[in-house]
Design a protein around this ligand. Structure first.
Ligand code: 13P
Ligand code: SF4
Length: 361
């Protein structure tokens, strides 16, 4: 190993399992790359068994991580649910820091590891707990919903969390519970605008942005339609409203996966992080993926090599102050306890009935 430690022995079964992964990812990973990945996939799977660990892999992980070592894969909501259910001793979060914090908040007794501590998120960095306290002071009695893409300290200040898979449902549920017609939805401005178009509840929004999705424009969608007139265009609701309006479908990463796997479009464009299309392409070989996409520099920090080292050395542990974790858990658990949607939520702005815009905080 690069750090001089002894590698764990790999069983024949682990090697066979790694070879099966190659069959799945070979359209997206070159043979040269796979020669480097295969031993790591086998060793990580061995270490997981030895240490009673699981890897929770977000849809934006690279194909060798997602298909090679992810025990549970999915969107933010799905991974939070899996963390809550897991009975492993160690959770390795193959995703960004706020996701690891969410796992720790839900499983305080477990060791939660993040393979690279620099894996942040522009949305989580856009707002602090002090900001939320100030907003509450200025808007007493208005419930506060926070997107899971926030720190545990921010979640601790709020009434309930949401993800892009359930934001409309959460906003309406909390408004009904409080008996009000206004809700504060933090911190993603575009998600808030896209939610506002789908509900009669008035939304007060913060000006946080996802650095990956804010870059897509309606002009991009127009150019894609011209170049690939048969392609179905799927977008994430962290994109600007005019992008969501111009798309054929908008939903969380899990909703986009579900769309492709169930409807099997001949040609598709995923307006989101690039790895998502690679991962789906391995499971949907008949669909042609047209490639305009943006990379998330934070998600890309997670690699097989640092997952391996995280497991081997049980580093880097994510901790959350116990009092903050208890308050944040209330907000996350309240979201998890809502009935799961029968079909993944979609943002159908073309047929939206509500054209009231958000009020910026
Ligand atoms: P999902 O909840 O749709 O997986 O999105 C998380 C994320 O970080 C999107 O940028
Ligand atoms: Fe954050 Fe955007 Fe990266 Fe998701 S894609 S982790 S929202 S910066």
């Amino acid at each position: 190993m690069a750090d001089g430690s002894t590698p764990p022995s790999v069983t024949a079964a682990d090697e066979i399992a790694a070879a099966r992964v190659w069959e799945k990812v070979r359209s997206r990973v070159t043979p040269m790359e796979w020669r480097g990945h295969a031993p790591l996939v086998a060793r990580i799977n061995q270490l997981k068994r030895e240490k009673n660990a699981v890897v929770l892999a977000h849809n934006y992980m690279t194909a060798e991580v997602f298909h090679g070592v992810g025990d549970f894969v999915g969107d933010s909501l799905g991974l939070a649910r899996e963390a809550a259910r897991s009975d492993a001793r160690i959770i390795v979060q193959a995703g960004v820091h706020f996701m690891a914090e969410t796992s720790k908040v839900l499983c305080p007794e477990k060791t939660v590891l993040i393979p690279d501590q620099r894996a942040g998120c522009s949305l989580a960095a856009s707002i602090t707990a002090a900001d939320v306290r100030l907003i509450r002071e200025r808007h007493p009695g208005v419930p506060v919903v926070t997107y899971v893409n926030t720190t545990a300290a921010v979640k601790a200040e709020t009434d309930i969390c949401c993800t892009s898979a359930n934001a409309v449902q959460v906003v309406e549920a909390i408004a009904a519970e409080f008996g009000v017609d206004r809700v504060i939805l933090l911190p993603d401005e575009f998600l808030a605008r896209n939610v506002a178009r789908q509900t009669a509840i008035r939304i007060l929004a913060w000006q946080g942005r996802c650095e990956v999705h804010e870059r897509f424009t309606a002009q991009d969608i127009g150019e894609i339609r011209e170049a690939w007139p048969d392609a179905e265009i799927l977008v994430h609701p962290e994109c600007p409203t005019e992008v969501v309006e111009a798309a054929d479908f908008a939903g969380s990463t899990a909703a986009m996966s579900d769309y492709v796997l169930r409807r099997k479009p001949r040609q598709v464009v995923l307006i989101t992080e690039c790895s998502m299309a690679d991962n789906l392409a391995c499971d949907a070989p008949r669909t042609q993926f047209v490639r305009p996409c943006n990379l998330c520099p934070h998600m890309q920090r997670i690699t097989l090599a640092n997952i391996h080292d995280a497991l081997l050395h049980e580093r880097f542990e994510v901790t959350v102050d116990a009092a903050i974790a208890a308050r944040a858990r209330r907000s996350v658990q309240r979201m998890i306890d809502l009935p799961p949607p029968l079909v993944p939520a979609r943002y159908d702005l073309a047929r939206a009935r509500h054209h009231v815009d958000v009020e910026l905080l």
